[in-house]
Design a binder for this molecule. Structure first.
Ligand SMILES: O=C(O)C1=C[C@@H](OP(=O)(O)O)[C@@H](O)[C@H](O)C1
Ligand SMILES: C=C(OP(=O)(O)O)C(=O)O
Length: 431
């Protein structure tokens, strides 16, 4: 039976300095590129959470050495091996980054994961791999479980890709492409959400010495070695969202240290988004500082580039002093849960009026009321519930353990920010 977390209510201003662990997206790329490199690499301060631990476990199953060294990961590439069976959990990064690596293994690799992983869209990746000469056995829809029949080499070359449902399809192909015999000339058939994450992939490849160029319709990666690289992982800026939102809700001040001056993380756009919602945002020598005035302005924005910020921003919209409209996020229906449906249910439960659009949400705040919410097994829905709970006394969330996906000690950090003891979880929905 699922646990239930009673989220802390906070009527007075917070004042906190909240350090955050490493970026999920940077850690995933660092592991994959280190696994494909021409020598050992060190990943310094990686995120240790379900998604990244699963990525490490999958790569180990393919013969890559990944040793823990005082919290860092030491990655030693080896001949990629099959047969193997790998568990992607609910991680989109593993679902889309691992198959192109598996195609380089010398035997079959079967990938499966949580029940919801089997519903996450992936057809564009499987079709592209087949066009590049890789044999894949799947359910006919490109979804997990599927088996990639690695032969030790991938031909590569020109390919047309549908990545309209996830940017990770592009990133996965680009990450392994330098190891394909002919490299990769990837042309898109349509749009791609989360473009900053593709840019993050391109920058990471160049840092590993891979030649990658933008073309009219996509990207070209030259065949060649991937250089080993020691990399310090930046803090996860998307996971800063609930903490910085707490400043707006309580009229307090929250600082996240080690905020990078230059970064490809989409979470960096929290500075302009929270400023648009009424926060005073300042880069200080101590980090990014957000100060709230207790007035939360509505948000009208295309969040297509920063989709993973949506749950927390939508929760803020339910607390704003006017109606909001969030668009460009139709692909969120294929995330950890259908996030547009989940946000509709959760925000409605606490009193907002919500309208689903084909590619987004309209949120009109209403009189707030307590509610028992669901996590939908989605880490960011737990964070959204915590944000609502600051403003609404009596918000409980079933299934809070979903936060282990990217921030296992979220409840402890949340309590630390509020200067209170960690509020408990009780067993069983409704108990
Ligand atoms: O490449 C990445 O690390 C990610 C890309 C995005 O995926 P989508 O393009 O599927 O939204 C993002 O939402 C996800 O959290 C992480
Ligand atoms: C969409 C997300 O995750 P994933 O990498 O599993 O797609 C997310 O973290 O918001």
């Amino acid at each position: 039976m699922s646990q239930v977390w009673t989220t802390p209510h906070r009527p007075t201003p917070v004042a906190a300095h909240v350090p955050l662990p490493g970026s999920k997206s940077i850690t995933a790329r660092a592991l994959v590129l280190a696994a494909l490199a021409d020598g050992p690499s060190r990943v310094v301060r990686p995120l240790r959470a379900r998604d990244t631990d699963l990525m490490a476990a999958c790569l180990r199953a393919l013969g890559v050495g990944i040793a823990d060294d005082g919290g860092d990961w030491l990655v030693t590439p080896g001949q990629l091996r099959g047969p193997a069976e790998v568990d992607a959990g609910l991680a989109g990064t593993v679902l889309r980054f691992l198959p192109p690596v598996a195609a380089l293994a010398d035997g079959p690799v079967r990938l499966d994961g949580d029940p919801r992983l089997r519903e996450r869209p992936n057809a564009g990746l499987i079709a592209a791999l087949r066009d590049l000469g890789v044999q894949v056995d799947d359910d006919g829809r490109g979804r997990a479980p599927f088996t990639v029949h690695g032969t030790g080499a991938v031909r590569g070359g020109a390919v047309t890709v549908d990545a309209s449902e996830s940017s990770q399809i592009v990133s996965g192909l680009l990450l392994a492409a330098a190891r394909f015999a002919d490299g990769l000339d990837l042309a898109l058939t349509g749009g791609v959400p989360s473009m900053p994450h593709v840019e993050m992939t391109v920058v990471a490849l160049r840092e590993h010495g891979v030649e990658v160029a933008a073309t009219d319709r996509g990207w070209r990666v030259a065949p060649g070695p991937v250089a080993a690289l020691d990399r310090v992982v930046e803090p996860d800026l998307s996971n800063a969202a609930p903490f910085l939102a707490a400043a707006l809700i309580t009229g307090g001040r929250v600082t996240v240290p080690d905020w990078p001056a230059v970064t490809t993380q989409p979470g960096a756009q929290l500075d302009r988004l929270l400023a648009a919602m009424g926060g005073e945002v300042e880069r200080t020598p101590n980090g990014l500082q957000v100060t709230g005035t207790r007035r939360i302005s509505p948000l009208v924005a295309d969040l297509g580039d920063v989709g993973e910020l949506t749950p927390v921003l939508a929760a803020l919209c339910a607390l704003a002093d006017g109606p909001s409209r969030l668009t460009g996020i139709g692909h969120l229906r294929g995330h950890e849960t259908d996030r547009l449906q989940a946000l509709d249910e959760v925000l409605t439960a606490v009193g907002a009026r919500v309208r689903q659009l084909p590619d987004g949400l309209e949120v009109e705040p209403g009189p707030l009321r307590p509610a028992l919410l669901d996590s939908y097994d989605d880490h960011r829905m737990v964070m959204a519930a915590a944000v609502l709970g600051l403003a609404v006394d009596g918000v409980r969330v079933a299934g809070p353990e979903a936060v282990t996906k990217t921030l296992p000690d979220f409840r402890e950090r949340w309590a630390g920010m509020l200067g209170i003891a960690v509020s408990g979880v009780t067993a069983g929905v409704g108990s």
